[in-house]
Write a protein that binds this ligand. Sequence first.
Ligand code: EPU
Length: 451
Amino acid sequence: MTDDVLAVHGGTPLQGQIRVRGAKNLVSKAMVATLLGDTPSRLFDVPRIRDVEVVTGLLELHGVKVTRGDDDGELVFDPANVESASTDEINVHAGSSRIPILFCGPLLHRLGHAFIPDLGGCHIGPRPIDFHIQALRQFGAIVDKLPDGMHLTAPNGLHGTKLELPYPSVGATEQVLLTAVMAEGVTELRNAAVEPEIIDLICILQKMGAIITVHTDRVIEIHGVKRLRGYTHKPIPDRIEAASWAAAALATRGEIEVLGAGQADMMTFLNVFRSVGGEFEITDARVGREGVSAQEGGIRFWHPGGELNAVALETDVHPGFMTDWQQPLVVALTQARGLSIVHETVYEQRLGYTDALNSMGATIQVYRDCLGGTPCRFGRRNFKHSAVIAGPSKLHAADLVIPDLRAGFSHLIAALAAEGTSRVYGVDLINRGYEDFETKLAQLGARVERP
Ligand code: EPU
Protein backbone atom coordinates (compact mmCIF):
# COMPACT_ATOMS: atom_id res chain seq x y z
CA MET A 1 0.00 0.00 0.00
CA THR A 2 2.82 2.45 0.85
CA ASP A 3 4.14 2.74 -2.71
CA ASP A 4 0.60 3.08 -4.01
CA VAL A 5 0.27 6.60 -2.66
CA LEU A 6 0.48 10.07 -4.09
CA ALA A 7 1.34 13.21 -2.15
CA VAL A 8 -0.79 15.99 -3.59
CA HIS A 9 0.10 19.61 -2.84
CA GLY A 10 -3.20 21.37 -3.47
CA GLY A 11 -4.22 24.93 -4.17
CA THR A 12 -2.72 25.33 -7.66
CA PRO A 13 -5.12 25.82 -10.57
CA LEU A 14 -4.64 23.13 -13.21
CA GLN A 15 -3.68 24.68 -16.50
CA GLY A 16 -2.78 23.28 -19.91
CA GLN A 17 -3.71 20.67 -22.48
CA ILE A 18 -4.14 16.93 -22.23
CA ARG A 19 -5.53 14.40 -24.70
CA VAL A 20 -8.13 11.68 -24.25
CA ARG A 21 -8.16 8.54 -26.38
CA GLY A 22 -10.80 5.94 -27.19
CA ALA A 23 -13.52 5.44 -24.57
CA LYS A 24 -12.64 2.80 -21.99
CA ASN A 25 -16.25 1.59 -22.03
CA LEU A 26 -16.20 1.05 -25.77
CA VAL A 27 -12.64 -0.14 -26.35
CA SER A 28 -12.91 -3.14 -24.03
CA LYS A 29 -16.15 -4.30 -25.73
CA ALA A 30 -14.69 -3.69 -29.19
CA MET A 31 -11.85 -5.99 -28.18
CA VAL A 32 -14.30 -8.76 -27.19
CA ALA A 33 -16.06 -8.37 -30.56
CA THR A 34 -12.84 -9.37 -32.36
CA LEU A 35 -13.58 -12.96 -31.26
CA LEU A 36 -16.58 -13.00 -33.59
CA GLY A 37 -14.65 -12.17 -36.77
CA ASP A 38 -12.95 -14.69 -39.01
CA THR A 39 -10.31 -12.17 -40.15
CA PRO A 40 -8.13 -9.76 -38.09
CA SER A 41 -9.49 -6.54 -36.57
CA ARG A 42 -7.65 -3.25 -36.03
CA LEU A 43 -8.57 -0.83 -33.29
CA PHE A 44 -7.02 2.65 -33.09
CA ASP A 45 -6.52 5.09 -30.24
CA VAL A 46 -6.59 2.38 -27.57
CA PRO A 47 -5.60 3.86 -24.19
CA ARG A 48 -2.99 2.16 -22.04
CA ILE A 49 -5.23 1.31 -19.11
CA ARG A 50 -5.63 -1.73 -16.87
CA ASP A 51 -8.98 -2.81 -18.39
CA VAL A 52 -7.31 -3.10 -21.79
CA GLU A 53 -4.56 -5.26 -20.26
CA VAL A 54 -7.12 -7.57 -18.65
CA VAL A 55 -9.11 -8.06 -21.86
CA THR A 56 -5.88 -8.54 -23.85
CA GLY A 57 -4.85 -11.26 -21.39
CA LEU A 58 -8.20 -13.02 -21.72
CA LEU A 59 -8.20 -12.81 -25.52
CA GLU A 60 -4.66 -14.22 -25.67
CA LEU A 61 -5.67 -17.08 -23.40
CA HIS A 62 -8.35 -17.92 -25.94
CA GLY A 63 -5.91 -17.99 -28.84
CA VAL A 64 -6.37 -14.46 -30.21
CA LYS A 65 -3.03 -12.99 -31.26
CA VAL A 66 -2.84 -9.39 -30.05
CA THR A 67 -0.11 -7.17 -31.49
CA ARG A 68 0.64 -3.46 -31.56
CA GLY A 69 0.05 -1.82 -34.95
CA ASP A 70 2.10 0.92 -36.61
CA ASP A 71 0.11 3.79 -35.12
CA ASP A 72 0.51 4.83 -31.51
CA GLY A 73 -2.46 3.23 -29.74
CA GLU A 74 -3.25 0.78 -32.56
CA LEU A 75 -3.95 -2.84 -31.65
CA VAL A 76 -4.37 -5.71 -34.12
CA PHE A 77 -6.32 -8.83 -33.16
CA ASP A 78 -5.98 -12.06 -35.10
CA PRO A 79 -8.71 -14.56 -34.14
CA ALA A 80 -7.60 -17.32 -36.59
CA ASN A 81 -6.79 -19.78 -33.81
CA VAL A 82 -9.47 -19.27 -31.17
CA GLU A 83 -9.25 -22.10 -28.65
CA SER A 84 -10.45 -23.13 -25.21
CA ALA A 85 -8.52 -21.99 -22.17
CA SER A 86 -8.31 -23.81 -18.86
CA THR A 87 -10.44 -22.56 -16.01
CA ASP A 88 -7.28 -22.14 -13.89
CA GLU A 89 -5.71 -19.86 -16.48
CA ILE A 90 -8.90 -17.86 -16.87
CA ASN A 91 -9.30 -17.58 -13.12
CA VAL A 92 -6.08 -15.60 -12.91
CA HIS A 93 -8.26 -12.74 -14.16
CA ALA A 94 -10.99 -13.29 -11.56
CA GLY A 95 -12.02 -10.11 -9.81
CA SER A 96 -10.12 -7.85 -12.18
CA SER A 97 -12.87 -6.45 -14.38
CA ARG A 98 -16.52 -6.80 -15.40
CA ILE A 99 -15.74 -7.26 -19.08
CA PRO A 100 -15.30 -11.10 -18.94
CA ILE A 101 -19.10 -11.50 -18.72
CA LEU A 102 -19.25 -10.24 -22.30
CA PHE A 103 -17.17 -13.17 -23.55
CA CYS A 104 -20.20 -15.48 -23.14
CA GLY A 105 -21.89 -15.05 -26.54
CA PRO A 106 -18.71 -14.82 -28.67
CA LEU A 107 -17.16 -17.90 -26.99
CA LEU A 108 -20.38 -19.88 -27.32
CA HIS A 109 -20.43 -19.04 -31.03
CA ARG A 110 -16.76 -19.84 -31.58
CA LEU A 111 -16.26 -22.82 -29.23
CA GLY A 112 -19.69 -24.01 -28.12
CA HIS A 113 -18.77 -23.44 -24.48
CA ALA A 114 -17.50 -20.69 -22.21
CA PHE A 115 -16.12 -20.25 -18.73
CA ILE A 116 -16.43 -16.87 -17.02
CA PRO A 117 -14.48 -16.11 -13.83
CA ASP A 118 -15.81 -14.15 -10.89
CA LEU A 119 -16.23 -10.57 -12.00
CA GLY A 120 -14.44 -7.54 -10.66
CA GLY A 121 -15.00 -3.88 -11.42
CA CYS A 122 -15.75 -1.03 -9.10
CA HIS A 123 -17.43 -1.60 -5.76
CA ILE A 124 -20.35 0.73 -6.26
CA GLY A 125 -23.18 -1.52 -5.12
CA PRO A 126 -24.13 -5.16 -5.68
CA ARG A 127 -23.86 -5.02 -9.53
CA PRO A 128 -25.88 -8.16 -10.26
CA ILE A 129 -25.73 -10.02 -13.62
CA ASP A 130 -29.25 -11.44 -13.59
CA PHE A 131 -30.23 -9.62 -16.84
CA HIS A 132 -27.22 -11.16 -18.59
CA ILE A 133 -28.01 -14.69 -17.46
CA GLN A 134 -31.69 -14.39 -18.27
CA ALA A 135 -30.85 -13.13 -21.78
CA LEU A 136 -28.29 -15.87 -22.44
CA ARG A 137 -30.79 -18.53 -21.35
CA GLN A 138 -33.39 -17.08 -23.70
CA PHE A 139 -30.90 -17.47 -26.56
CA GLY A 140 -30.66 -21.16 -25.63
CA ALA A 141 -27.50 -21.20 -23.50
CA ILE A 142 -27.24 -23.49 -20.50
CA VAL A 143 -25.73 -21.48 -17.68
CA ASP A 144 -24.31 -23.19 -14.59
CA LYS A 145 -23.13 -21.00 -11.75
CA LEU A 146 -20.50 -23.06 -9.88
CA PRO A 147 -18.14 -22.07 -7.06
CA ASP A 148 -15.22 -21.55 -9.46
CA GLY A 149 -17.17 -19.39 -11.91
CA MET A 150 -19.85 -19.60 -14.56
CA HIS A 151 -19.90 -22.46 -17.10
CA LEU A 152 -21.93 -22.11 -20.28
CA THR A 153 -22.79 -24.42 -23.14
CA ALA A 154 -25.20 -24.21 -26.06
CA PRO A 155 -25.85 -27.81 -27.19
CA ASN A 156 -28.58 -26.74 -29.62
CA GLY A 157 -26.92 -23.52 -30.77
CA LEU A 158 -28.04 -19.97 -30.04
CA HIS A 159 -31.34 -18.71 -31.43
CA GLY A 160 -32.77 -15.24 -31.84
CA THR A 161 -35.38 -14.26 -29.26
CA LYS A 162 -37.60 -11.45 -27.97
CA LEU A 163 -36.30 -9.81 -24.83
CA GLU A 164 -37.19 -6.87 -22.64
CA LEU A 165 -34.69 -5.59 -20.08
CA PRO A 166 -36.13 -4.58 -16.70
CA TYR A 167 -33.76 -1.56 -16.84
CA PRO A 168 -31.73 -0.24 -19.81
CA SER A 169 -28.48 -1.85 -18.66
CA VAL A 170 -25.40 -1.04 -20.72
CA GLY A 171 -23.72 -4.40 -20.11
CA ALA A 172 -26.84 -6.48 -20.71
CA THR A 173 -27.53 -4.63 -23.98
CA GLU A 174 -23.95 -5.37 -25.08
CA GLN A 175 -24.39 -9.00 -24.04
CA VAL A 176 -27.47 -9.26 -26.25
CA LEU A 177 -25.76 -7.56 -29.20
CA LEU A 178 -22.63 -9.74 -29.02
CA THR A 179 -24.77 -12.88 -28.80
CA ALA A 180 -27.56 -12.01 -31.24
CA VAL A 181 -25.36 -10.99 -34.18
CA MET A 182 -24.54 -14.64 -34.93
CA ALA A 183 -27.57 -16.33 -33.38
CA GLU A 184 -29.95 -18.00 -35.78
CA GLY A 185 -32.93 -15.80 -36.64
CA VAL A 186 -34.10 -12.42 -35.41
CA THR A 187 -33.65 -10.90 -31.95
CA GLU A 188 -35.75 -8.02 -30.69
CA LEU A 189 -34.46 -6.22 -27.62
CA ARG A 190 -36.78 -3.81 -25.81
CA ASN A 191 -35.75 -1.25 -23.20
CA ALA A 192 -32.18 -1.36 -24.51
CA ALA A 193 -29.46 1.04 -23.41
CA VAL A 194 -28.49 3.45 -26.20
CA GLU A 195 -25.35 5.03 -24.77
CA PRO A 196 -22.96 6.42 -27.43
CA GLU A 197 -20.55 3.58 -26.56
CA ILE A 198 -23.29 1.10 -27.49
CA ILE A 199 -24.01 2.85 -30.78
CA ASP A 200 -20.26 2.75 -31.51
CA LEU A 201 -20.22 -0.99 -30.76
CA ILE A 202 -23.14 -1.39 -33.17
CA CYS A 203 -21.09 0.52 -35.79
CA ILE A 204 -18.25 -1.95 -35.26
CA LEU A 205 -20.56 -4.95 -35.55
CA GLN A 206 -22.07 -3.49 -38.71
CA LYS A 207 -18.56 -3.13 -40.17
CA MET A 208 -18.11 -6.83 -39.38
CA GLY A 209 -21.20 -7.75 -41.38
CA ALA A 210 -23.97 -7.66 -38.75
CA ILE A 211 -27.50 -6.43 -39.47
CA ILE A 212 -28.72 -4.29 -36.56
CA THR A 213 -31.51 -1.71 -36.54
CA VAL A 214 -31.89 0.80 -33.72
CA HIS A 215 -35.55 1.78 -33.60
CA THR A 216 -37.07 4.60 -31.57
CA ASP A 217 -38.06 3.95 -27.95
CA ARG A 218 -35.05 1.79 -27.03
CA VAL A 219 -35.88 -1.09 -29.36
CA ILE A 220 -33.00 -2.83 -31.15
CA GLU A 221 -33.54 -5.51 -33.78
CA ILE A 222 -30.75 -7.85 -34.81
CA HIS A 223 -30.85 -10.25 -37.76
CA GLY A 224 -28.41 -13.07 -37.07
CA VAL A 225 -25.80 -13.78 -39.76
CA LYS A 226 -23.66 -16.88 -40.30
CA ARG A 227 -20.27 -15.20 -40.46
CA LEU A 228 -18.63 -11.96 -39.44
CA ARG A 229 -15.28 -10.57 -40.57
CA GLY A 230 -12.76 -8.36 -38.78
CA TYR A 231 -13.14 -4.56 -38.53
CA THR A 232 -11.02 -1.41 -38.63
CA HIS A 233 -12.24 1.22 -36.21
CA LYS A 234 -11.38 4.45 -34.42
CA PRO A 235 -13.41 4.54 -31.20
CA ILE A 236 -15.40 7.48 -29.88
CA PRO A 237 -13.43 9.55 -27.34
CA ASP A 238 -13.68 8.89 -23.63
CA ARG A 239 -16.41 11.26 -22.48
CA ILE A 240 -16.03 10.21 -18.85
CA GLU A 241 -12.35 11.09 -18.76
CA ALA A 242 -13.04 14.36 -20.59
CA ALA A 243 -15.69 15.34 -18.03
CA SER A 244 -13.38 14.36 -15.17
CA TRP A 245 -10.72 16.82 -16.38
CA ALA A 246 -13.41 19.46 -16.95
CA ALA A 247 -14.50 19.09 -13.33
CA ALA A 248 -10.85 19.30 -12.25
CA ALA A 249 -10.50 22.62 -14.12
CA LEU A 250 -13.58 23.97 -12.36
CA ALA A 251 -12.73 22.74 -8.87
CA THR A 252 -9.17 24.10 -9.00
CA ARG A 253 -10.21 27.39 -10.71
CA GLY A 254 -8.05 26.45 -13.67
CA GLU A 255 -8.28 25.93 -17.41
CA ILE A 256 -7.86 22.62 -19.24
CA GLU A 257 -8.16 21.91 -22.93
CA VAL A 258 -9.14 18.28 -23.42
CA LEU A 259 -7.92 17.40 -26.89
CA GLY A 260 -9.92 14.66 -28.57
CA ALA A 261 -13.07 15.36 -26.50
CA GLY A 262 -16.29 15.40 -28.54
CA GLN A 263 -19.21 17.79 -28.04
CA ALA A 264 -22.10 15.65 -29.27
CA ASP A 265 -21.79 12.90 -26.68
CA MET A 266 -21.16 15.38 -23.87
CA MET A 267 -24.08 17.76 -24.45
CA THR A 268 -25.82 16.94 -21.20
CA PHE A 269 -22.60 17.39 -19.23
CA LEU A 270 -21.83 20.66 -21.02
CA ASN A 271 -25.25 22.08 -20.14
CA VAL A 272 -24.72 21.29 -16.47
CA PHE A 273 -21.14 22.59 -16.57
CA ARG A 274 -22.46 25.89 -17.96
CA SER A 275 -25.29 26.06 -15.40
CA VAL A 276 -22.76 25.63 -12.60
CA GLY A 277 -20.88 28.63 -14.00
CA GLY A 278 -18.06 26.91 -15.88
CA GLU A 279 -17.06 28.12 -19.33
CA PHE A 280 -16.12 25.99 -22.30
CA GLU A 281 -15.17 26.38 -25.92
CA ILE A 282 -15.37 23.71 -28.60
CA THR A 283 -11.91 24.01 -30.07
CA ASP A 284 -12.34 21.75 -33.09
CA ALA A 285 -13.67 24.93 -34.76
CA ARG A 286 -10.02 26.01 -34.97
CA VAL A 287 -9.21 23.06 -37.18
CA GLY A 288 -7.89 24.26 -40.51
CA ARG A 289 -8.35 27.91 -39.52
CA GLU A 290 -5.25 28.07 -37.37
CA GLY A 291 -3.41 25.27 -39.09
CA VAL A 292 -4.48 22.83 -36.36
CA SER A 293 -5.03 19.23 -37.41
CA ALA A 294 -8.38 17.54 -36.79
CA GLN A 295 -6.84 15.36 -34.11
CA GLU A 296 -5.91 18.39 -32.06
CA GLY A 297 -9.42 19.76 -31.63
CA GLY A 298 -11.32 19.18 -28.41
CA ILE A 299 -13.01 21.16 -25.66
CA ARG A 300 -11.40 23.86 -23.50
CA PHE A 301 -12.91 24.11 -20.02
CA TRP A 302 -12.25 26.88 -17.54
CA HIS A 303 -13.36 28.62 -14.36
CA PRO A 304 -14.21 32.19 -15.35
CA GLY A 305 -13.62 33.62 -11.86
CA GLY A 306 -16.24 34.68 -9.35
CA GLU A 307 -18.68 32.27 -7.72
CA LEU A 308 -20.11 29.03 -9.02
CA ASN A 309 -23.86 28.28 -8.89
CA ALA A 310 -25.57 25.45 -7.06
CA VAL A 311 -27.56 23.08 -9.30
CA ALA A 312 -30.00 20.18 -8.98
CA LEU A 313 -29.24 17.17 -11.12
CA GLU A 314 -30.19 13.58 -11.54
CA THR A 315 -27.99 10.88 -13.03
CA ASP A 316 -29.67 8.70 -15.63
CA VAL A 317 -29.15 6.46 -18.64
CA HIS A 318 -28.30 8.19 -21.92
CA PRO A 319 -29.18 10.88 -22.89
CA GLY A 320 -29.29 11.76 -19.20
CA PHE A 321 -26.43 12.92 -17.00
CA MET A 322 -24.03 9.94 -16.72
CA THR A 323 -23.52 8.37 -13.32
CA ASP A 324 -19.76 8.41 -14.01
CA TRP A 325 -19.79 12.21 -14.35
CA GLN A 326 -21.36 12.55 -10.93
CA GLN A 327 -18.39 12.10 -8.57
CA PRO A 328 -15.95 14.50 -10.27
CA LEU A 329 -18.63 17.16 -10.64
CA VAL A 330 -19.65 16.93 -6.98
CA VAL A 331 -16.16 18.11 -6.01
CA ALA A 332 -16.74 21.27 -8.06
CA LEU A 333 -20.20 21.64 -6.50
CA THR A 334 -18.60 21.90 -3.05
CA GLN A 335 -17.31 25.26 -4.35
CA ALA A 336 -20.71 26.52 -5.56
CA ARG A 337 -22.80 28.97 -3.53
CA GLY A 338 -26.00 27.45 -2.14
CA LEU A 339 -27.48 23.99 -1.97
CA SER A 340 -26.87 21.57 -4.82
CA ILE A 341 -28.90 18.38 -5.08
CA VAL A 342 -27.67 15.20 -6.73
CA HIS A 343 -30.05 12.28 -7.19
CA GLU A 344 -28.16 9.12 -8.23
CA THR A 345 -30.58 6.84 -10.06
CA VAL A 346 -28.24 4.38 -11.82
CA TYR A 347 -26.33 2.82 -8.89
CA GLU A 348 -27.77 2.50 -5.42
CA GLN A 349 -24.51 2.99 -3.54
CA ARG A 350 -22.47 5.55 -5.42
CA LEU A 351 -22.30 8.33 -2.84
CA GLY A 352 -20.09 6.70 -0.19
CA TYR A 353 -17.09 8.73 -1.35
CA THR A 354 -18.73 11.92 -0.04
CA ASP A 355 -17.50 10.98 3.48
CA ALA A 356 -13.97 11.66 2.28
CA LEU A 357 -14.98 15.05 0.90
CA ASN A 358 -16.62 15.88 4.24
CA SER A 359 -13.38 14.96 6.01
CA MET A 360 -11.76 17.69 3.88
CA GLY A 361 -14.27 20.35 4.93
CA ALA A 362 -17.13 19.82 2.49
CA THR A 363 -20.72 19.81 3.76
CA ILE A 364 -22.54 16.97 2.05
CA GLN A 365 -25.50 15.07 3.48
CA VAL A 366 -26.80 11.92 1.90
CA TYR A 367 -30.43 10.80 2.01
CA ARG A 368 -32.49 7.72 1.28
CA ASP A 369 -35.21 9.78 -0.39
CA CYS A 370 -35.37 10.58 -4.09
CA LEU A 371 -34.54 14.27 -3.82
CA GLY A 372 -35.08 16.94 -6.40
CA GLY A 373 -36.59 14.89 -9.21
CA THR A 374 -38.79 12.03 -10.17
CA PRO A 375 -38.91 8.98 -7.87
CA CYS A 376 -36.48 6.25 -8.95
CA ARG A 377 -36.30 2.48 -8.33
CA PHE A 378 -34.13 3.06 -5.21
CA GLY A 379 -36.67 5.21 -3.37
CA ARG A 380 -37.92 3.67 -0.10
CA ARG A 381 -35.36 0.84 -0.49
CA ASN A 382 -33.04 2.12 2.17
CA PHE A 383 -30.25 3.19 -0.17
CA LYS A 384 -28.62 6.52 0.49
CA HIS A 385 -28.72 7.70 -3.10
CA SER A 386 -29.43 11.45 -2.91
CA ALA A 387 -26.95 14.09 -1.80
CA VAL A 388 -27.30 17.71 -0.73
CA ILE A 389 -24.10 19.70 -1.08
CA ALA A 390 -23.88 23.02 0.78
CA GLY A 391 -21.24 25.40 -0.48
CA PRO A 392 -18.93 27.01 -0.94
CA SER A 393 -16.64 25.11 1.45
CA LYS A 394 -12.95 25.65 1.87
CA LEU A 395 -11.34 22.26 1.36
CA HIS A 396 -8.30 21.31 3.41
CA ALA A 397 -5.79 18.50 2.93
CA ALA A 398 -6.49 15.02 4.29
CA ASP A 399 -5.33 11.42 4.01
CA LEU A 400 -7.64 9.67 1.57
CA VAL A 401 -8.11 6.06 0.50
CA ILE A 402 -9.46 5.54 -3.00
CA PRO A 403 -12.58 3.33 -2.98
CA ASP A 404 -13.28 2.95 -6.74
CA LEU A 405 -12.27 4.40 -10.08
CA ARG A 406 -14.48 7.46 -10.48
CA ALA A 407 -14.63 8.27 -6.79
CA GLY A 408 -10.85 7.89 -6.83
CA PHE A 409 -10.45 10.54 -9.46
CA SER A 410 -12.77 12.81 -7.50
CA HIS A 411 -10.58 12.32 -4.40
CA LEU A 412 -7.66 13.41 -6.50
CA ILE A 413 -9.50 16.52 -7.72
CA ALA A 414 -10.48 17.37 -4.15
CA ALA A 415 -6.87 17.05 -3.01
CA LEU A 416 -5.75 19.29 -5.89
CA ALA A 417 -8.35 21.89 -4.94
CA ALA A 418 -7.59 21.76 -1.21
CA GLU A 419 -5.12 23.83 0.78
CA GLY A 420 -2.13 21.81 1.96
CA THR A 421 -0.67 18.41 1.20
CA SER A 422 -2.96 15.38 1.03
CA ARG A 423 -1.90 11.78 0.79
CA VAL A 424 -4.05 9.78 -1.59
CA TYR A 425 -3.73 6.01 -1.08
CA GLY A 426 -4.65 3.36 -3.65
CA VAL A 427 -4.01 5.62 -6.66
CA ASP A 428 -3.08 2.68 -8.88
CA LEU A 429 -6.80 1.97 -9.15
CA ILE A 430 -7.06 5.13 -11.25
CA ASN A 431 -4.94 3.43 -13.94
CA ARG A 432 -7.92 1.17 -14.62
CA GLY A 433 -9.61 3.97 -16.50
CA TYR A 434 -7.37 7.03 -16.83
CA GLU A 435 -4.38 6.65 -19.12
CA ASP A 436 -1.12 8.11 -17.80
CA PHE A 437 -2.95 10.27 -15.31
CA GLU A 438 0.24 11.16 -13.46
CA THR A 439 1.90 12.41 -16.66
CA LYS A 440 -1.22 14.39 -17.48
CA LEU A 441 -1.28 15.92 -13.99
CA ALA A 442 2.33 16.99 -14.49
CA GLN A 443 1.43 18.52 -17.89
CA LEU A 444 -1.25 20.55 -16.13
CA GLY A 445 1.14 21.89 -13.54
CA ALA A 446 -0.21 19.82 -10.63
CA ARG A 447 2.23 19.45 -7.77
CA VAL A 448 2.06 15.72 -7.03
CA GLU A 449 4.72 13.17 -6.20
CA ARG A 450 5.16 9.56 -5.14
CA PRO A 451 6.56 10.06 -1.63
N1 EPU B 1 -28.20 -4.22 -13.41
C1 EPU B 1 -28.93 -5.27 -12.87
N2 EPU B 1 -28.76 -6.51 -13.39
C2 EPU B 1 -27.92 -6.77 -14.43
C3 EPU B 1 -27.17 -5.70 -14.98
C4 EPU B 1 -27.33 -4.43 -14.45
O1 EPU B 1 -29.71 -5.05 -11.94
O2 EPU B 1 -27.82 -7.93 -14.85
C5 EPU B 1 -28.32 -2.87 -12.83
C6 EPU B 1 -27.03 -2.43 -12.13
O3 EPU B 1 -26.95 -2.95 -10.84
C7 EPU B 1 -27.15 -0.94 -12.18
C8 EPU B 1 -27.88 -0.68 -13.50
O4 EPU B 1 -28.49 -1.92 -13.86
O5 EPU B 1 -27.93 -0.47 -11.12
C9 EPU B 1 -27.02 -0.20 -14.60
O6 EPU B 1 -25.92 -1.08 -14.79
P1 EPU B 1 -25.29 -1.32 -16.24
O7 EPU B 1 -25.46 -2.75 -16.58
O8 EPU B 1 -25.84 -0.30 -17.18
O9 EPU B 1 -23.76 -1.02 -15.96
P2 EPU B 1 -22.51 -1.83 -16.46
O10 EPU B 1 -22.69 -2.27 -17.87
O11 EPU B 1 -22.09 -2.82 -15.45
C10 EPU B 1 -21.32 0.23 -17.56
C11 EPU B 1 -20.01 0.92 -17.34
C12 EPU B 1 -20.03 1.69 -16.04
C13 EPU B 1 -21.17 2.71 -16.11
C14 EPU B 1 -22.50 2.00 -16.40
C15 EPU B 1 -23.64 2.97 -16.59
C16 EPU B 1 -18.47 -0.56 -18.42
C17 EPU B 1 -17.35 -1.50 -18.30
N3 EPU B 1 -18.96 -0.06 -17.30
O12 EPU B 1 -21.43 -0.66 -16.45
O13 EPU B 1 -18.80 2.38 -15.97
O14 EPU B 1 -21.26 3.39 -14.89
O15 EPU B 1 -22.37 1.20 -17.59
O16 EPU B 1 -23.39 3.84 -17.65
O17 EPU B 1 -18.89 -0.22 -19.52
C18 EPU B 1 -16.83 3.11 -14.96
O18 EPU B 1 -16.39 3.31 -16.12
O19 EPU B 1 -16.21 3.48 -13.92
C19 EPU B 1 -18.10 2.43 -14.78
C20 EPU B 1 -18.52 1.97 -13.61
